[in-house]
Design a protein around this ligand. Structure first.
Ligand SMILES: C[S@@+](CC[C@H](N)C(=O)[O-])C[C@H]1O[C@@H](n2cnc3c(N)ncnc32)[C@H](O)[C@@H]1O
Length: 320
């Protein structure tokens, strides 16, 4: 499938999944098709990624920035704005375990993308911790193992969030960041998360929500046995602050992608795509007159953005 077709079908699928507040699983063949599109799109992302790239919208909170700087002095002085890493830091910050308590603990990230976020966490956690990243995209996993893998300390496996390739009760902590909005069956993912966690293990879940998807989440939190939800926070303001910092003129992000060799039209389209992919619509960015004109002329498709209402962080503990 060509790139524009795969991206178009992926976006349509996202809208479909997130427009429903019911948790009736999507019919099998439709679900496989949706996952096939997801896998193709993130395979493309893996091919186009550079060292250090993390694939989430990020957030900005001064206190979190200061805490990271204290642990890794000079962290944002070289090659990162630290914005995507803040979401990873937050995922563990609200779990009642200190970073030093992770020696001998096993952590699974479901939907680990480039693997760079988990690699960042490996710098904060005790030497004895075992970190496993799982992703649907075979190329993302291959790339992560080749560039970041370190034996049992940090490894990456290909798999599906709704059918985790692990025995039960394996992990002390499971994190899931900006990934579950692409899962056709959110209930099955939570059941799988619960299955692979040890009793007393923690789940940190961070994601975007449409109104309907949040209704589903609220119902699942109430109805699913075996997970005790101990924390919920709407972090939309922090995420919008991160997106605005990242997309501001002259930012590290803008400089990294400013390729003056591209013809002006291609450059404007590439900048627009990056603004959308990195959450610009959620942060209030509007199409410029130029982009509107390109749409009118049929150079750009009339994209239907996912109507994201909030960005939230939840923590649950698996009951014994
Ligand atoms: C927006 S990226 C976020 C990646 C990473 N968590 C981060 O914060 O950079 C979403 C990731 O979820 C993965 N994903 C989507 N559906 C999945 C599924 N059913 N099982 C496992 N991974 C999935 C995608 O392949 C992609 O790498």
């Amino acid at each position: 499938m060509g790139a524009p077709k795969a991206i178009g079908e992926f976006t349509e699928g996202l809208n479909e999944i997130n427009a429903s507040s019911g948790d009736v699983p999507v019919e099998g063949s439709r679900s496989s098709r949706l996952k096939g599109n997801t896998s193709s799109v993130y395979d493309m992302a893996a091919l186009g990624s550079s060292k250090g790239d993390i694939w989430n919208w990020g957030m900005y909170d001064e206190e979190v920035a200061a805490e990271i700087e204290k642990l890794i002095p000079g962290f944002t002085d070289f090659e990162t704005d630290g914005i995507s890493e803040q979401l990873y830091f937050l995922a563990l910050k609200d779990i009642p375990l200190g970073f030093s308590e992770y020696s001998e603990k096993s952590v699974l990230e479901v939907g680990c993308g480039s693997g760079e976020g988990l690699n960042f966490l490996s710098r904060l956690l005790g030497d004895g911790s075992n970190l496993v990243g799982l992703d649907l995209s075979p190329l993302a996993v291959k790339r992560a193992n080749a560039t970041l893998g370190r034996g049992d300390r940090l490894r990456y496996v290909q798999g599906d969030a709704e059918e985790l390739p692990f025995e039960g009760a394996q992990f002390d902590v499971l994190i899931n960041i900006e990934s579950s909005h692409t899962y056709p069956d959110l209930r099955t993912f939570f059941e799988e998360a619960m299955r692979v966690l040890k009793p007393g293990g923690y789940l940190a879940h961070i994601d975007v929500f449409t109104r309907q998807r949040y209704e589903l989440m609220t119902r699942l939190k109430r109805d699913l046995p075996g997970l005790d939800w101990i924390h919920e926070r709407d972090i939309s303001a922090e995420v919008r602050a991160g997106i605005r910092r990242r997309l501001a003129p002259g930012s590290h992000f803008r400089k990294t992608f400013a390729d003056k060799r591209l013809p002006p039209l291609t450059r404007r389209i590439a900048e627009h795509s990056r603004t959308v992919i990195f959450g610009g619509v959620f942060a209030g960015y509007q199409d410029s007159g130029y982009i509107k004109l390109l749409r009118k002329l049929g150079v750009l498709p009339h994209g239907r953005h996912l109507p994201v209402e909030s960005y939230r962080h939840h923590v649950a503990v698996k009951t014994a």
